[in-house]
Design a protein. Structure first.
Length: 332
């Protein structure tokens, strides 16, 4: 269809003037209208548009000025001025910059807890977005190698009666390899399914001896007795690790092969530590002592400071003390 019916020289002008596809579509409407006896009803039926839409653009169009067919900006001419005091905004920014992994919901809880200021999470989200403090961090996930299964140890699967009964009733354990400047380290992580209290240590290998050492450290670190653990079928949880469980009377359950949903809690806490700790640590160095100090400090904050949405924004230690009700648990 030719535009020269309504605009002489439109072919040359359309090549010189850059207009949007929407504007070109509207120009076709008017071109068809001019070339078919100026019949508006026929034009509307042909293009499937309403008469109101056609006449609105017909009135707006000025021959020779193709930009009159462009859509006007829908941006508001005036904006609501925020009623949040500048001091409160500064406190929100400080909390976010101190820990870039804190969501708007957790910042709202910390703002009330630390400063006694009550503000909705939506308002905090708008403040952070306006100042460019909301960003998506991409984590490149490696391909997890399929582990060889050793069936010499009986694989007992978890049952419903072992879930979420009391502190220490079930602890999930898993490992995650981390790469620090070309060197491989292994993060052993455990989480109590009832209180969400977590614990982790870094090792240079994922041997069963290190698995046993982690289990002993875990039993000393948790403020309650551990009755059962659940792991995947990795070699680090066999031999010495399993023998230590038997020695201490701890039930050892295994997840189903290639079923990470069986260990969802520990998988989630590993992902959280990966995002909140390693992703933003630009000073990380390949030293076991340093890495353990970093992961210990992070879990201290995770257990005693960071509010958890699944615990109604209590910390795991607050939740544990709330549920303890005077009961005394032996550590070992």
């Amino acid at each position: 269809m030719k535009a020269h019916f309504i605009l002489p020289g439109a072919g040359k002008l359309s090549r010189l003037v850059n207009i949007s596809l929407e504007a070109k579509k509207r120009l076709k409407w008017l071109d068809y209208y001019a070339s078919h006896g100026r019949n508006a009803s026929l034009t509307c039926r042909h293009f499937g548009i309403s008469p109101d839409t056609f006449y609105r653009w017909k009135r707006r169009f000025k021959p020779g000025i193709l930009f009159t067919l462009e859509s006007h900006s829908t941006r508001p001419k005036s904006f609501r001025i925020s009623s949040v005091p500048c001091e409160t905004i500064q406190k929100i920014i400080e909390l976010r910059r101190k820990d870039m992994a804190l969501s708007k919901y957790k910042i709202a809880v910390l703002l009330t807890r630390i400063h006694g200021i009550s503000l909705s999470a939506s308002t905090i989200g708008r403040i952070l977005t306006k100042r460019g403090l909301i960003e998506e961090a991409g984590i490149i996930k490696g391909v997890k190698r399929r582990k060889r299964v050793n069936w010499k140890i009986p694989r007992y699967r978890i049952t419903a009666e072992h879930r979420y009964k009391a502190p220490g009733h079930l602890v999930q354990i898993d490992t995650k390899h981390i790469n620090v400047l070309g060197q491989q380290f292994y993060q052993f992580t455990a989480v109590d399914c009832f209180t969400r209290i977590g614990y982790s240590r870094i090792y240079t290998s994922s041997s069963t001896a290190n698995g046993r050492d982690f289990l002993i450290s875990l039993l000393l670190a948790f403020p309650f007795r551990v009755n059962a653990v659940q792991t995947d079928n990795g070699h680090e949880f066999l031999l010495h690790f399993h023998k230590e469980c038997v020695k201490r009377g701890i039930a050892h359950f295994f997840s189903r092969p290639r079923t990470p949903t069986d260990n969802t809690m520990v998988e989630r806490i590993i992902q959280t530590s990966e995002y909140e700790l390693w992703l933003f640590d630009e000073t990380i160095i390949p030293d076991t002592k340093y890495l353990n100090s970093r992961i210990s400090a992070w879990f201290d904050r995770y257990n005693s400071y960071r509010p958890h949405q699944s615990l109604n924004y209590l910390t795991p230690m607050e939740y544990y003390l709330l549920k303890k009700k005077g009961e005394v648990y032996g550590r070992l």
